[in-house]
Design a protein around this ligand. Sequence first.
Ligand code: ADP
Ligand code: ASP
Ligand code: MG
Length: 422
Amino acid sequence: MALIVHKYGGTSMGSTERIRNVAKRVAKWARAGHQMVVVPSAMSGETNRLLGLAKELAPPKPGDDHNRELDMLASTGEQASSALLAIALQAEGMQAVSYAGWQVQVKTDSAFTKARIESIDDERVRADLDAGKVVVVTGFQGVDEAGNITTLGRGGSDTSAVAIAAAMKAHECLIYTDVDGVYTTDPRVEPDARRLTTVSFEEMLEMASLGSKVLQIRSVEFAGKYQVPLRVLSSFTPWDIDIKEEARSGTLITFEEDENMEQAVVSGIAFNRDEAKISVLGVPDKPGIAYHILGAIADANIEVDVIIQNLSKDGRTDFSFTVHRNDYAKAVDLLRAKVLPTLGAADIVGDTKICKVSIVGIGMRSHVGVASKMFRVLSEEGINIQMISTSEIKTSVVIDEKYMELAVRALHKAFDLDQPAA
Ligand code: ADP
Ligand code: ASP
Ligand code: MG
């Protein structure tokens, strides 16, 4: 008998019929003798619907902050789906109980809309499991020190599930979703993408941070920190497939490199359309410039991603960086008000129609020429590279958004990701 955590995403919980299927699958696992904790997302579209209502009433304006209320609102999606799942489990003849984050308790900091889990009290859940119940815990939400409901950022139910698995020292955390595992790239963009049977924790961390939304990055961080065995698999297989076959399906996130692991140089391609580029033009090229510009941005709590400084000409240079699109207007306003006058720069220009495409692979550590091959492939497609950033196991480029799909597909083919692993 093992303690297992299942997480079901929005599409998997998307209708009463699907919820019934989830209940049947969970019941199968429980009847096989496992202690089951299940973490559902809101039904698909529900979080967007709720946040859309708020936007209708109060279109976002700089300086306005409804974040506490947004969390009160958005958390109801998971509360509804959790109760529905517990009811469906009971209808299957199981003993089941559902809890909201504050009831467990899943304690977080107070950063509304992007709270971080600080601790989880597992006493109540453990007592229910010991009494033979299936326990359903809402994804995506927690409670802060002052008793306010918080949410963990979009896609946060993955993190709830992994954090609960870590706190309860679960045997495994299974993330059920609408694809049957982690692919070499998003199969919606590249139909020839291939499922990976294993992916290293480091690669998964990079893929998630670079935009592959199949797992929220914080869930991967948690899995790494607490060594939670983590698998991504499909909720769309028939619920009554053989449990041993199901337990081996999908993609396993591995923590050690073993000989059986797929040894591709590049394991996957990630992309993201969430960033915008800001360029400060005609900046006097002297010490302290980067600090002057990025210090002001950091003080406003805005995260910066890719940075590039051009060669200087006649003592002046251009300085560009990317921020999240949601922070773009705030960053430009701030630079115009505070930095432009004091720095003596010529102008500030921005571009929101960019995207970042990245190749990821632990094999890049031991192979040279991988980045240059990426640049060659893009140049053969006539795609201009605006910015580059690298780390040991990834190379990212910022390009015009309209070339994103072309770039992903060309790179996928050039790095043989459509071919079965050797
Ligand atoms: P859920 O609602 O189950 O949490 P998400 O929509 O958050 O599901 O994540 C699953 C989606 O992630 C897939 O439908 C797929 O389009 C997308 N995705 C992006 N990159 C990848 C990848 N490398 N492998 C698999 N899926 C990916
Ligand atoms: N329902 C939340 C969202 O749509 C959390 C999740 O699905 O993981 O972002
Ligand atoms: Mg998700």
